[in-house]
Write a protein that binds this ligand. Structure first.
Ligand code: NAI
Length: 255
């Protein structure tokens, strides 16, 4: 197959769905890999209705066997992998007092092991395809933090430095694979909006006001604003970038 292929984990919703749309519009065949099979298939239907090229695969990113099977099916059905967006993530809140080891491990399994496994199985196929671009979705909480996001911040910090190790490894091996991380600020996705809806107004309203107040551009971001940056990192326009951490946060971390 000559059309380039991009696999996006968590591609059925939010930032992942926006990335899938942007990459499909940029000419990639997009593989939407998500634990929510029906939502992934609905997203594929939406893209195909716009004459874009897409398919779905059911994947739990924390499961090594599932990764092996997903990458095998991409190689068998599509013959190559050029872009891997490790986007699937859990956005769980919690302080030191409220976070159990079980909850901590659950966040790590998806947010860190999921990225590690994606690279472990995806990069060799990208290498066999002649190189490519990996985009790992971290967070502003991989750079700065909040006492309310203990496990989440730990996981996103790990994604930031895991990305740099992988970038160095790929450059050293000269395999043509670039690896960068992106660090979104507060983005209006189902993850954020559902968490907000489930939180009492007297807690969420001041939190939102404080967060928007701390964002120099004075608003939350939209998923397509991440999709466009992911498409840039996937493209040749970013060909001298590897190991970079790209903030997309309306200036939140500039202070
Ligand atoms: P979302 O909840 O809208 O979408 C996440 C997607 O990941 C869903 O489709 C879900 O089914 C999928 N998913 C969850 N666990 C999975 C697993 N084990 N295997 C495969 N798929 C799985 O969330 P959103 O906001 O689009 O988040 C995407 C990424 O962006 C996450 O890594 C998140 O931490 C990160 N992020 C989001 C920010 C925001 O403000 N929305 C800010 C900074 C980072």
């Amino acid at each position: 197959m000559s059309q380039q292929v991009a696999l996006i984990t968590g591609g059925a919703s939010g930032i992942g769905l926006a990335a899938a749309k942007a990459l499909a519009h940029a000419g990639f065949h997009v593989v939407i890999a998500d634990i929510q099979t029906a939502a992934a298939e609905a997203a594929v239907g939406q893209l195909r209705s716009e004459q874009l090229s897409a398919s779905a695969v059911t994947l739990d990113v924390s499961n090594e066997d599932a990764w092996r099977a997903a990458i095998d099916s991409v190689e068998k059905d599509l013959g190559r992998l050029d872009v891997l967006v490790n986007n699937a993530g859990l956005g769980e809140g919690g302080t030191l007092a409220s976070t159990t080891l079980k909850a901590f491990n659950r966040v790590m399994a998806v947010n860190v092991n999921g990225v590690f496994l994606g690279c472990k199985y995806g990069i060799p196929l990208m290498e066999r395809s002649g190189g490519g671009s990996v985009i790992n979705v971290s967070s502003i909480f991989g750079i700065v933090s909040d006492q309310l996001t203990l496990a989440y911040s730990a996981s996103k910090g790990a994604v930031r430095t895991l990305t740099k190790s992988l970038a160095l490894d790929c450059a050293d091996r000269g395999n043509g694979v670039r690896v960068n991380s992106i660090h979104p600020g507060f983005i209006e996705t189902p993850m954020v909006m559902n968490a907000a809806a489930a939180t009492p107004a007297e807690v969420i309203d001041p939190y939102v006001a404080r967060t928007v107040g701390q964002t120099p551009m004075g608003r939350f971001g939209q998923p397509d604003e991440l999709g466009d940056v992911i498409a840039f990192l996937a493209s040749d326009a970013s060909r001298f970038m590897t190991g970079s951490e790209v903030t997309v946060d309306g200036g939140f971390t500039a202070r």
